[in-house]
Design a protein around this ligand. Sequence first.
Ligand code: DGY
Length: 329
Amino acid sequence: MSVQIKPRILLTKTLPLAAQKRIESFDKIELIHWKDGVIPRGELLNLVKGVDGLLCMITDEIDEEVIETAGNQLKVVSTMSVGYDHVSTAALKSRSIPLGYTPGVLTDAVADLAVLLVLAAARRLREGISAVLNGDWITWSPTWLLGSQLTDKTIGIVGFGRIGLGTAKRLKPFLGSNGKIVYAGRTVKKEAEEVDAKKVEFDVLIKEADVVIISCSLTEETRGMFNYEVFKKMKRSVILVNIARGSMINQPDLVHALSENRLGAVALDVTTPEPLSPNDELLKFKNVTVIPHLGSATLETRTAMANIAIDNLLAGIKGEKLPYQVEFN
Ligand code: DGY
C-alpha cells in the first residue's frame, strides 16, 4: 500500500475564525501553523524548509533567502494582503512560483477608514478625546478646538486605484458644489469621471490640495516620495492622510516639517516602523493622529481576504492558475 504524501503548508498567523476552521478542515494538506504573533526570522527559515505552499502576511519578509530556503518543491506563495511589497517578486519570478494576493475585497474597509482619518484630522478628534480623558474639558467655547470642514475644499488623491476611487466617492458629498477632487498617478483613469476627478501632475496636486491622501502602492519609485521638499510645497493648512504604506513618507522629514508648523494635520494608518514606539517623536505633535494599520480590519473584510488567500494557496498547490495572481512585470 503506497502512503500518499500530503502537501505541506506553512501558515504564519491565525486567520479569522471561519477561515481558520476552513483551512484546518482540509485533510489533504499538512498544516504547519505559527500561532504566536509575528514569526521570528529564524523560525520562518526553519519552518519554511520543504513546504509546498506558504500563506503569509504583510508582517513577514519573504525575500530571496526565504524562497531559497523553502526549496525547489515550493509551488505557491499566497499573501493575505493586497499589498505585496514584503515579498520578493524577483525571487518568485525567477523560479516561476506564482504569488497570490487579495485585491478588491478590502476596498470598502480601507476607503471607509480613509474618510475616518480625514475627518478625524480635520476635526481635531485626537485633541478632543484627550481633553475629555485628561480633564481639560472646562466649558463649551466659541473658539475652542476649531477644526476645518471639507466644504469647497480640494481633495488630492495620490494613486487612484480601487481604494483611491472608493475614497473619492465617499468624500465627494462632503465637498459641496465648489469642492473638487484631483488625483495623481501613472495613467488617466476613466472611472475618475464618476466623481468628476481630474488627473493633475503630482507637483500641482501637492500645491493645490487642502487634503492629500496617499493611496498608492509602495514601489522603489514611490518609496519616500513624501519628503521635506514635498512638504514645503504643500499648503500650511494641509491635511495629510496615509492609508498605503509607511515607507511612502520619509518620516524624519515629516517630523522636521511638523516641527516647523508646515502641515495642518496628519493622520496615519501606516508608519515606519510598525509598530511605532509610543515614544516616537511623531506622536508628540498633537495634530498627528496615528492608528495601528487598521485599514482592512473588519471581520467581514479580513475573513474575505483570508478565504481568497486560501483559494490562491489551494490552486497553487494543484498547479492551477491562482484566482488572484500577481502579474509579474
Ligand atoms: C494590505 O492588504 O496590503 C493591507 O495593508 C492590510 O491591511
